[in-house]
Design a protein around this ligand. Sequence first.
Ligand SMILES: Cc1ncc(COP(=O)(O)O)c(C=O)c1O
Length: 380
Amino acid sequence: MSLSRRNFLRALGAGAAVGAVQLPFSQITSAAVLEPPRNREPGGPILLDSNENAYGASRRVMAAMRDALGTANRYPFAQYDTLEDRIAGSHGIKRDQILVGCGSTEILRVATAAFLGRDKKLIVPVPTFEAIEQYAKSTGCQITAVPLNRELAHDLDATVIHTKGSPSLVYICNPNNPTATLTPRKAIETFISRLPANTYVLIDEAYHHFAGESAMYASFIDKPVEHDRVIVSRTFSKIYGLAGLRLGYAVAAPATIQQMRPYMTMDNINSIVARAAMVALEDQESIQESMKRNTDDRQEFFNQAMARMLKPIDSHTNFVMMNTDHPAEETIQHFKKNGILIGRRFPPMDTYIRVSLGTPDEMKAFWNVWDRLPYSKMSM
Ligand SMILES: Cc1ncc(COP(=O)(O)O)c(C=O)c1O
């Protein structure tokens, strides 16, 4: 009988998922972007490095993309309103609460342009997805990095202290990339209720679909709080398998959306992704399948890890972070030499690797290469 993932973590005595993880957070002031170049050629490396959907878009979405190719000579004007309506409809909200972006990364960029600048502050957790910090730098704002807490959740008590004074934008990534951890819903609600009136909060829900049923988690789109300065971002790059076509969106109060809109790139949505996304939203059966498949793949990863006495952090996403007790760069290079790209380094978690879940064959290759590491089995 295979042990469940949560039982496995309990069996390891990991307590609340990761328990007392000690990290040298004090050594870091800002996260670095260390993304390696990616070979997309057929026969190139196995890509377990960017948390994509390894299985691709659903059959219905693939068909919609093929049908849309014939519209490639036309600007996508006509698609915007319908796409925004469909996204709004899928959440039971109005179109004026939606802003579509060229990937959710554009939403992050636009938030920094609209809400930051000199004499303002971006407050980010460390480690997290670094894009917003990179964009914020160009606004000349101050950047304050707040280490994750011992449970590897956002340290919201420390964050609220930093919101005093200059106007700020707070980035909350939930579930968080790269740790795959959740920050409890209740803690975020309390945090929002304590914020000064000059603070905006961007909640990045890129991995929403993988968070699963948990009292700890509820989306701030599906279960909103009454707060004009909360912006939620989502992407079509993960569960929908459309990372290469670039589509994301923000949900916020109409007035907040209006503040962001002037900073968007004109015609930022292509006509193919617009059609694909509309079908993807409708294709509930495929979304459910995709979620179930991820749960199974994640379970299998934990089974394999358990067999090797490894201790990954409990994951609420389509990737897993794991302490190897060796410099991450060594492990990254070992995999690279053997034709597999895994996630970049995420200082200060310098002995942890981040592995995106691939197909069963890809994961079999991953574990074969893992077993060739001198420290492939951990001692308890
Ligand atoms: C937390 C998080 N937000 C946003 C993104 C970017 O997504 P998109 O492809 O929509 O730009 C990523 C990509 O990996 C991510 O991990």
